[in-house]
Design a protein around this ligand. Structure first.
Ligand code: GLA
Length: 391
């Protein structure tokens, strides 16, 4: 957990006065529903108890000063002239401020201090947490009415248009809407969602493979294009479809052979993953964790064989987890090509599960992984610390 008191102190040291507010936005882990969000489909993520915090104070001019307590780095820019920086983390902040400015909101500058305990580059959405925290801080400082889906869409547009990553809406949406002890079943077409409680006897265990996701951006964009191609081809028979979300498994099966590879496999993953996600939320609602775990295992097989976004090391982590006592199901989570796995594990088995998983991974790959036992937490909001609620 980030220490809010020391963030407040560091802000004071940095700028010479206390912050006006401190905002916290969580990272996320997706339980099921992978690579479905940009196909207008369904996802089932949780916001985790690792977050990015922004301590902030308004200025009277249009300057934005940013200090990062983790990176020991600074950035300064004017709201009038926002250009891309060669430092990626600058662009998440600049992109959000530009998106707010372009949406016509009147903005004053701000002094910001950023701190985060979401591991970077691991597929736990540290970037969405940063975008959402910064967007929330600016809307609070400038008393704008931007909350819920509006804030998530604004953060996503910063990532799509300024940072240049064609991500879907899942990460920003769960960073905004997350609910403690719940997972959210989100319909990525109309952005409606339902919060479903996680069974208290089960833990969400994330394992970071520490394999850098170097191929992730190019492979991600390529997968998106392949899904678009699938839709275009399927429209010959189903002119009414707008996205793979509109295609049933029967409809796909009827014309599967007419689709060339790899488009065929990509479509099969997305269409079956939507079914698994809806079914998963349903069985979890009835408390059938074992059935949910089986769907997670099937999801991984589909990501590995049809969507081809896994790696041998990740497959090893998942296969090991699936065999260990107390594990209901395990899969790759996030965009893939490295990053993390997620497993649902009986609370009483967490310790031996984690130890054995790490040992087996080290033996097989020579690599050291890290386990995070995550608690589902709330989405973005102001932090209350021992000094009381922020003004
Ligand atoms: C990344 C993207 C999300 C989503 C996942 C895959 O995390 O940012 O929008 O597409 O990959 O499910």
């Amino acid at each position: 957990m980030l220490d809010v008191g020391s963030l407040r102190e560091r802000f004071q040291q940095c700028y010479g006065f206390p912050p006006h507010l401190i905002v916290r936005a969580p990272g996320r882990v997706n339980l099921i529903g992978e690579h479905t969000d940009y196909n207008d489909g369904f996802v089932f993520p949780v916001a985790i108890d690792r977050a990015t915090c922004v301590a902030a104070c308004s200025r009277t001019d249009r300057l934005v000063r940013v200090a990062s307590s983790d990176l020991n780095e600074e950035d300064t820019f004017s709201i009038e002239h926002i250009e891309r920086s060669h430092r990626p983390w600058h662009n998440y902040i600049r992109g959000v401020v530009l998106a707010l400015r372009n949406a016509g909101f009147p903005l004053l500058g701000a002094d910001l201090l950023i701190a985060s305990d979401v591991p970077r580059g691991s597929g736990l959405s540290s970037s969405a947490a940063l975008e959402v925290a910064v967007g929330y801080a600016f809307q609070a400082l400038n008393q704008l009415d931007i909350a819920g889906e509006k804030l998530a869409l604004l953060a996503q547009s910063a990532e799509n248009n300024f940072v240049g990553v064609q991500c879907g809406i899942m990460d920003q949406l769960i960073a905004v809407l997350g609910r403690a002890d719940h997972a959210l079943l989100i319909d990525c077409r109309d952005l409606s969602y339902r919060a479903l409680p996680l069974p208290p006897t089960v833990a969400v265990v994330v394992c970071d493979s520490h394999i850098p996701r170097t191929l992730a951006a190019s492979a991600y964009n390529q997968r998106r294009q392949e899904c678009d191609t699938a839709v275009r081809l399927l429209q010959q028979w189903y002119p009414g479809i707008r996205a793979l979300r509109d295609v049933s498994e029967d409809q796909l099966t009827a014309h599967l052979d007419a689709l060339p590879e790899p488009v065929r496999s990509r479509a099969r993953h997305v269409v079956s993953e939507n079914r698994r996600t809806l079914h998963g939320a349903e069985v979890l609602e009835y408390g059938d964790v074992a059935a949910f775990g089986r769907l997670m295992n099937e999801s991984h097989a589909s990501l590995r064989d049809d969507y081809q976004v896994s790696l041998p090391e990740i497959d090893h982590l998942v296969a090991t987890a699936q065999r260990l006592a107390g594990c209901y199901g395990s899969r790759l989570t996030g965009a893939g090509f490295g990053g993390c796995t997620v497993s649902l594990v009986e609370q009483s088995e967490i310790e031996s599960f984690s130890r054995r998983l790490l040992q087996a991974y080290h033996q097989a790959t020579g690599r050291t992984a890290t386990v995070y036992v995550c608690r589902a937490s709330d989405g973005v909001g102001r932090v209350v610390d021992s000094a009381g609620p922020q003004q």
